[in-house]
Design a protein around this ligand. Sequence first.
Ligand code: NAD
Length: 288
Amino acid sequence: MPATIIDGAALAAEVKRDAKRRVQELTAAGRPVHLTAILVGSTAAGELYASRQAEACRAAGISYDLLPLPAETSFAEVAGTIRCLNNEPSVTGIMLHLPLPPHLDATEVQYLIDPVKDVEGVNPANIGYVVYGHTLIAPCTAQATIELIRSTGVTIRGAEAVVVGASEIVGKPVALLLAEQMATVTLCHIATRDLKLHTQRADILVVAVGKAGLITADHVKEGAVIIDIGINRVTLPDGTKKTVGDVDFEAVRQKVAYITPVPGGVGPMTVAMLLKNTLRSAELGLKR
Ligand code: NAD
């Protein structure tokens, strides 16, 4: 029987509904939730992403403002801006659009965001809290992955979990969160010698590489849960363009128990997690 397709959009809608209800309660209590996004150097893609984000925040009752800074802004100026936002009580959450212009180091800048206001969970301190099992705010895509796995009802504790892709922002945090849930975790990357050897024994397989067709039916175990994080634009034989993940969806779904589609899986859930984190930042701020 083909796999159950995990409906990320429907699950995201539920998360957004819950977040909206709580945001309304906070607002009514005189504690509005406010996200400030910093965009250094304007690009069409950056502006588009920011406008979508603004819309998602508005729909959840979160006030949002975009702080555009010129591409040539120095590190000291960006740092000064972040320090002001850290100290501004009406700003409950801060996020930084990537990529930054080449003269700015993303990690150095992210390190400056107050961990409590760090709605993307990208400050190294927040990754550290995950390692020590005291998660404050986890990276959005990694959290989305865990929520999607949980939605299947499959037990994470004791499961063989294989994560393909080991970036700081996606693969490694996913592996850490799975380990926190007591899965037995293998983290594969470009230097992994025999990828199939690992993926074939995965009860839970998470793929975050950015290579269409990397995972075929041969790579997966029957009955597995597959979370496809990859996003690739491919050109079909008829010349039309299509967005696909890293997994050969049609072939793999015949063999596994659950699979996320691309689009409509991890993507919408990641946006929902950003809103959930923004709410969490505001609530953590109240405890100070
Ligand atoms: P990245 O380029 O930073 O990291 C890619 C990782 O894949 C690296 O660890 C690399 O070692 C590994 N890799 C490369 N080739 C491999 C191979 N042949 N076998 C095994 N491992 C290999 O990418 P990233 O930022 O982690 O993003 C990964 C993908 O996830 C991209 O397609 C990106 O667009 C997508 N993404 C999706 C969302 C979402 O919300 N759905 C969010 C973030 C990233």
